[in-house]
Write a protein that binds this ligand. Structure first.
Ligand code: 3LM
Length: 405
């Protein structure tokens, strides 16, 4: 077991680089070792038996734990301000492992209106098959949660900012209400990352991440993370993950994410700075009808964004004149910006939620859940912002919305 350097008073960037690893425990190796092993050998049969009974610490099998994953788990737990973490094979693996652990037939999950497409599908079409009720509530007004909470509510779940329309949820206000009613609060912190928002410090119980995005940061892996208190994390690991989803992270991916975290602060600073510049430019363009970016004064929840987020992130959603076709045409005129789903990569990515990430909703559901058919989503990358603008701005429709109408 490693002997972590004491850096409890260090800043975010320093902990992201050092926390939980002392090179002197690994022959002085500056870079932590990669333990590419599926299983672990027991010194004696009795010791193996004791580990299975939970009477002796140690590694058994890499679907349960692995030293390379342990380091990443310690590090993300530290950055999110939690006691423990779990590394999964995908963000969906994290979300499903958490929900399968704490829910049973007859229970209710209350979720915000807008969710990432596959999370929505898992709840709407997956959990509902097993006698679990999914209730959507507009959490932008916490009063709505007070009215809906009941004895069956076990989980309150939301994203902030939400994928794809950037809605924010007041984590502290919602957590207070949910916990008073005896429910666990689960926050998908993929968009904000622990650099910008730390839901556990604001009262949430569990944080889930698609580590595929900003945490990995380089678009070369699919992975997920869960952070929370020790007791919950042991249950999620041993119930929802080990026996139900089996969604453990591969050691190689854990190594890449641990590497990615070292530059998270630097990368996020650039993502945020670039996105602010692009959002301002988009807002002034004659054929852009609406820009959804928490850093804009025109953003409906700008005050909450200033209160809850250290900076405004790298994601922008917008609508152009000409609706859906106007958006599709804009995407097809781009050169450097890549037409691709996913987000948080070095490359600027653009996608159309209604036909891509949120095609798991019916058109009626999209309308009800605040995802317009013409919405375009931009994940602003790390390129020079002038180059992003040089590609994006000429691709926008030339007509004003008034002329188009
Ligand atoms: C996307 N999102 O392009 P994985 N939570 C959030 C997410 O955005 C995602 C997940 C969980 C996208 C993926 S769409 C086919 C591509 C807020 C993923 C799920 O299982 O690691 O993909 O995470 O919006």
């Amino acid at each position: 077991m490693a002997h972590p350097v004491d850096n409890s008073n260090s800043s975010f960037a320093t902990r992201a680089i050092h926390h939980g690893y002392d090179p002197q425990d690994e022959h002085g190796a500056l870079t932590p070792p990669l333990h590419l092993t599926s299983t672990f050998s027991f010194a004696t049969a009795e010791q193996g038996g004791e580990m299975f009974q939970g009477e002796r610490p140690g590694y058994i099998y890499s679907r349960i734990s692995n030293p390379t994953l342990d380091l990443l788990e310690r590090r993300i737990a530290n950055l999110e301000g939690g006691e423990a973490a779990l590394a999964n094979s995908s963000g969906m693996g994290s979300i499903t492992s958490v929900l399968w652990t704490f829910l049973e037939s007859g229970d209710e999950v209350i979720v915000d209106k807008t969710l990432y497409g596959c999370t929505f599908a898992f709840m709407q079409h997956g959990l509902s098959k097993f006698g679990i009720t999914i209730t959507h509530v507009d959490m932008t007004n916490p009063e709505n949660l007070i009215k809906t909470m009941n004895a069956h509510t076990k989980i309150v779940y939301f994203e902030t900012p939400a994928n794809p329309n950037m809605r924010l949820v007041d984590i502290a206000a919602i957590s207070l209400i949910a916990k008073a009613g005896g429910a666990r609060v689960v926050v998908d912190n993929t968009y904000a990352t622990p650099l910008l928002t730390r839901p556990l410090e604001l009262g949430a119980d569990l944080v889930v991440h698609s580590a595929t995005k900003y945490l990995g940061g380089h678009g070369d892996l699919v992975a997920g993370l869960v952070v929370g208190n020790m007791e919950d994390l042991i249950r999620i690991r041993m119930e929802g993950m080990k026996d139900m989803t089996g969604s453990i992270m591969a050691p190689f991916n854990a190594m890449l994410i641990t590497r990615g975290l070292k530059t998270l602060e630097l990368r996020m600073q650039r993502h945020c700075e670039n996105a602010m510049t692009v959002a301002r430019q988009l807002e002034t363009h004659q054929s852009v009808e609406k820009v959804y970016f928490p850093g804009l004064e025109s953003f409906e929840q700008h005050d909450l964004a200033k209160r809850q987020m250290a900076d405004f992130g790298g994601m922008i959603a917008f609508e152009v004149a000409g609706g859906m076709q106007g958006g599709i045409d804009t995407m097809n005129r781009l050169n450097m910006i890549q037409r691709a789903v996913s987000l948080g990569d070095a490359e600027t990515l653009i996608q159309h939620p209604a036909s891509m990430t949120h095609s798991t909703y019916t058109p009626e559901e999209r309308a009800e859940h605040g995802i317009s058919e013409g919405l375009i989503r931009l994940s602003i990358g790390l390129e020079n912002v002038d180059d992003i603008l040089e590609d994006l701005m000429p691709a926008l429709p030339t007509k004003t919305s008034k002329v188009a109408a």
